[in-house]
Write a protein that binds this ligand. Structure first.
Ligand code: DNO
Length: 393
């Protein structure tokens, strides 16, 4: 596999030099300064690429070219935004970058309720806690009919939790949920998010899925021509939030998407932590089934709780079998090389704990600290080397 590292661009405190020191060869990044919906100009792509290559790294994956909400709702200016998207994909392909990750999550991109969940070893992890989320949704946001989406026991716990929170705690919870996490696309105030939620709820699951497929029908042929492999990122977490329709949460969802528009350019980001937050997603089975459509892997682990809550655990220790997953991905690579392909599946250590000096430091992107990912990548690299050594025997 190709070891990659997510970089948020020139303002990222984790510099390209540090990425080289971490031992990654590929960079995963986006033109974060370009507004969602606008075309990515050739010269901007070329400039970013030169900067990456000047450190001996390659721009392995674009994560993401975000989709404007009008594309997801197929309303407003969606025709213009789809044209722009096709243009960006062409430009990225022309620059020699062949993998583009994107998502189709409505309103909120990846979501956590606690960004500083303290572990027994005093490191800090990202956590999604159902009680806090319900407390926000029902009692602070006061979304219409929100209470109907939670069972009575959870609702009672959420009410109690909400009443015990101080105003700054409530504010922090709101920030964590709606202000947008690094690389995420949505940043809202309370009024704005209520409006956006109502619009997407009206669409329903089938409407949302139809819009995704329509987008793929329009974009995948262009990606094919441009030599770009698109890979959709799953919903994180992989279930409905705010009563919103989500259509990339399960193996069945992935199957529907991949079969609706059959093409090698219509692929998947195997995000172990996102899909793996549901016990009914069999990650290894998904690699075996979707094999040649897996264009990118995010490797991290989580610990699940019965009510849907989870926290991000050590990369190798959690509820998902990451060693088995890597083994399956190596099998897929072997299958590809038998067919004459020379590229490797890009993987990145997805998120990491806040450790040591980075705890409490200003400017560290939640989940994207240096130390935690360095540790994650080192562990994952160890697994890859060990499994490869066994295969050579
Ligand atoms: C979280 C990430 C997401 C992901 C986007 C892809 O860490 O995996 O922000 O990059 O959803 O579009």
């Amino acid at each position: 596999m190709l070891e990659t590292w997510r970089w948020f661009g020139p303002g990222d405190p984790v510099t390209l030099q540090k990425i080289v020191q971490a031992g990654a060869q590929g960079v995963v990044t986006s033109l974060h300064h370009i507004a969602t919906g606008s075309v990515w100009p050739d010269e901007e792509i070329a400039r970013r690429k030169r900067e990456i290559e000047s450190h001996g790294l390659s721009w392995a994956v674009v994560e993401s070219i975000p989709l404007h909400n009008d594309i997801k709702t197929r309303s407003g200016d969606f025709c213009k935004y789809i044209d722009n998207y096709r243009e960006s994909v062409r430009n990225v392909g022309a620059a020699g970058i062949s993998v583009v990750c994107y998502n189709f999550m409505p309103v909120v991109d990846w979501t956590r309720t606690n960004l500083t969940y303290t572990l027994p070893n005093a490191a800090q992890a990202l956590r999604f806690e159902m009680t806090d989320f319900a407390a926000y949704d029902v009692y602070l946001l006061q979304r219409d009919n929100a209470a109907a989406d939670y069972d009575p026991g959870l609702l009672a716990r959420a009410k109690q939790r909400f009443e015990a929170m101080t105003p700054p705690e409530r504010e922090l919870l709101e920030q964590n949920i709606i202000a947008g996490l690094p690389g995420g696309e949505g940043s809202y105030d309370r009024q704005g998010i209520r409006r956006a939620i109502a619009e997407f709820i009206a669409l329903g699951v089938e409407g949302m899925r139809a819009n995704l497929i329509a987008f793929l029908e329009e974009v995948i042929p262009v990606a094919e021509e441009a030599g770009v492999r698109m890979c959709i990122h799953p919903d994180d977490p992989p279930f409905s939030l705010f009563g919103l329709p989500r259509v990339v949460s399960t193996a069945a969802d992935a199957r529907t998407i991949l079969t609706a528009v059959p093409s090698p350019s219509n692929g998947l980001t195997l995000c172990a932590g996102s899909f793996g937050a549901r016990a009914d997603n069999d990650l290894i089975g998904m690699v075996r089934e979707f094999g040649s459509h897996i264009h990118f892997a995010h490797l991290r682990n989580i610990k699940r709780e019965p009510d849907g809550s989870f926290y991000e655990s050590e990369h190798l220790d959690g509820d998902n079998d990451i060693v088995g997953l890597i083994d399956a991905l190596l099998d897929e690579e072997e299958r590809r090389s038998a067919l004459g392909r020379t590229d490797r599946i890009p993987m990145r250590p997805d998120h990491g704990h806040l450790l040591g000096d980075e705890i409490g430091q200003e400017g560290v992107n939640p989940g994207y600290s240096f130390g935690g990912r360095l540790k994650g990548l080192a562990e994952l690299r160890g697994v890859m080397h060990a499994l490869q050594a066994v295969r050579r025997r």
